[in-house]
Design a protein around this ligand. Structure first.
Ligand SMILES: Cc1ncc(COP(=O)(O)O)c(C=O)c1O
Length: 456
C-alpha cells in the first residue's frame, strides 16, 4: 500500500459549505448534550458533530471537510482509519475479542515488536485500555519495586483522572472540592523548567537547570520522609502547552534520581510512539526511564495502552495484581502492532523530524511578525504557540487563544484549544503542503484577532 493513501481524500480541504456549526451538527450536539455532561472545552467552544475521518481529513454531519491538526486528541496519529490498522483490528474483531490475559498469537508478536523498538532492557510490559490506568499501574509498580510510598511530580504536568493520577497533578480548584480538599499524603509537586517562564534563572535571565536540580535535592532532604518511590514527569508537557525542558535537564535529573535511589517514571502517554520524531521522547536525551507509560498514538485510536518497566524491576509487576478486563485483548494488540509496523514501513519518524523542523522554522517567522505571539515551542509534531498581551510582561492572553481557536476552526481547522497556548498535534503522516495550509489558517486567524484587540 502506498504511503500516500490519505492524499486523495485530503484533496480540496478545507471545504466549508455551511455556516458553522451546521444545522445537522447543531441538532446532534443538542440531542447528545441532553444526556452527556462534562464535555471538554474543545467541544463547548465549537460544537460540531463528526461522521467520518480518513487520514488528515475529518468530515462533519453537514459534509463540511476539515484539516485535522489534533489527531483526535494526540491519538489517531497515523491518520484516521489507516487501512492497515483498521484491517488488523477487524480481523481480530471477527476471530477472537477477549480471552483475559492468556497469550494469543497477536499479543506475542506485539510484545516482541515492542521490545525491539523500545530502549534495550525496557521490556517488562503490561497492557491496558487507557492512559490513566497505565499510570495507576506505574504508581503501584513504583511502590512495589522499592517498597517506598512517596512521589514527586511537576507543576502543570497531567497524568490522567483517577485518584492516583490526580494526586500527581494540580487539583481542580474552586469551591467544589471534587477530588477532595487536599492531595493524599506522600504526593508532592515541584516546578519544572519552562525556558520561556523560568522560576530559577541565571544572572543573564536564562533558565538555570542546575538550580532546579539543587532545589529538588534540597526538597527531597527537607520535605519528604526519605521514602520517595519515583519522580514522575511528562518528557514534554502536552496539556501544559507543548513545553520542552532545556536539553541538559533530563540527564541531570536522572543522575539525581540514581544518586538518591529514586525511580525515574516517564509518562509518555502523549509524547510516545513517534509524536516527537523518536519512539520515546526520552530518546532525545538518551535517558532510559525505569518506568514508562504509553497510550494515545500507541493504537492509533483503538484504546490500548501500556506500562513498561526495566527488566531488572520485572518481578514487581507480579506483585501488583497487574492484569485487567480489556488490557491486551486481541483487537487492541492488533491495533498496536499494526501501528508500530506502519511507523516503520512508512518511515514516519523521519517524516516527523523533517516536517517538524519545517513547522518550527515557519512558527519562528510567525513569532517575529506577530505582536501577540510570545513564544513558539515544540519538537516533531508536538507544537505550541504562546499568546501574550505584551512580549515584555509575557502576560498570558487567554481571550485571544479562545478566539483564535474558534476562528481557525470556522475556516476548517480541527484542532485543540488550551487557553493562551495554541497546541498543535497534526497526524504524523502530514507533509509540508498541509503543514503550511494549517499554519496559514492559524496565522490568518491570529491577524484577525490582533486587529480586533487593537494590535494592528
Ligand atoms: C501524559 C498523559 N498521561 C495520562 C493521560 C491519561 O490518558 P487517558 O485519557 O487515556 O486516560 C493523558 C491524557 O491526556 C496524558 O496526556
Amino acid at each position: 500500500m502506498s504511503k500516500d493513501w490519505w492524499k486523495k481524500e485530503a484533496n480540496g480541504i478545507p471545504q466549508i459549505i455551511t455556516e458553522l456549526p451546521g444545522s445537522k451538527s447543531k441538532k446532534m450536539h443538542d440531542n447528545t448534550s441532553k444526556y452527556v455532561r462534562g464535555l471538554s472545552s474543545q467541544v463547548k467552544l465549537f460544537p460540531v458533530a463528526f461522521k467520518e475521518g480518513s487520514g488528515i481529513t475529518l468530515t462533519d454531519v453537514d459534509n463540511n471537510r476539515y484539516l485535522d491538526f489534533s489527531s483526535g486528541i494526540y491519538v489517531a496519529s497515523l491518520g484516521h482509519c489507516h487501512p492497515k490498522i483498521s484491517e488488523a483490528i477487524s480481523k481480530w474483531a471477527n476471530k477472537l475479542m477477549n480471552c483475559h490475559d492468556f497469550a494469543t498469537p497477536v499479543k506475542e508478536k506485539l510484545l516482541e515488536k515492542m521490545s525491539d523498538v523500545l530502549p534495550k532492557g525496557l521490556n517488562s510490559i503490561q497492557l491496558y485500555s487507557d492512559g490513566t490506568t497505565a499510570v495507576e499501574a506505574g504508581i503501584r509498580a513504583a511502590r512495589a519495586i522499592g517498597n517506598k510510598h512517596e512521589f514527586i511530580s511537576c507543576y502543570r504536568d497531567f497524568h490522567g483522572k483517577t485518584m492516583g493520577a490526580v494526586n500527581l497533578a494540580q487539583m481542580i480548584r474552586g469551591d467544589v472540592f471534587s477530588y477532595g480538599p487536599t492531595r493524599s499524603a506522600g504526593y508532592y509537586m515541584v516546578p519544572r523548567p519552562d525556558p520561556y517562564r523560568p522560576v530559577f534563572k541565571k544572572p543573564d535571565g536564562t533558565i538555570d537547570t542546575d538550580a532546579y536540580i539543587d532545589f529538588y535535592r534540597q526538597f527531597i532532604q527537607e520535605a519528604t520522609v526519605g521514602n520517595v518511590a519515583a519522580f514522575v514527569l511528562e518528557p514534554a508537557q502536552g496539556w501544559g502547552g507543548s513545553i520542552f525542558p532545556p536539553e541538559d535537564f533530563f540527564p541531570k535529573l536522572q543522575q539525581l534520581c540514581s544518586e538518591k535511589g529514586i525511580l525515574f517514571f516517564a509518562d509518555e502517554v502523549l509524547t510516545g510512539m513517534g509524536r516527537t520524531g523518536e519512539w520515546l521522547c526520552m530518546n532525545h536525551w538518551d535517558v532510559v526511564p525505569d518506568i514508562v507509560t504509553l497510550g494515545k498514538s500507541f493504537g492509533n485510536g483503538f484504546p490500548v495502552t501500556a506500562m513498561v518497566v526495566k527488566e531488572e524491576h520485572a518481578d514487581a509487576i507480579d506483585r501488583i495484581s497487574a492484569s485487567s478486563s480489556y488490557g491486551g485483548n486481541p483487537m487492541a494488540c492488533a491495533a498496536a502492532l499494526a501501528s508500530i509496523e506502519v511507523i516503520e514501513e512508512e518511515n514516519i519518524l523521519e517524516n516527523v523530524r523533517e516536517v517538524g523542523s519545517y513547522f518550527m522554522q515557519r512558527m519562528k517567522k510567525m513569532k517575529e511578525n506577530h505582536p501577540i505571539i510570545g513564544d513558539v515551542k515544540g519538537k516533531g509534531f508536538l507544537l505550541g504557540m504562546e499568546l501574550v498581551k505584551d512580549k515584555t510582561t509575557k502576560e498570558p492572553f487567554d481571550e485571544a487563544g479562545k478566539l483564535v481557536y474558534q476562528k481557525a476552526f470556522a475556516k476548517g481547522l480541527a484542532w485543540i484549544p488550551a487557553g493562551h497556548i495554541l497546541r498543535m498535534s497534526p497526524p504524523l503522516i502530514m507533509d509540508k503542503k498541509y503543514a503550511d495550509m494549517g499554519l496559514d489558517i492559524i496565522e490568518e486567524s491570529i491577524t484577525e484577532v490582533e486587529k480586533e484587540f487593537g494590535y494592528r
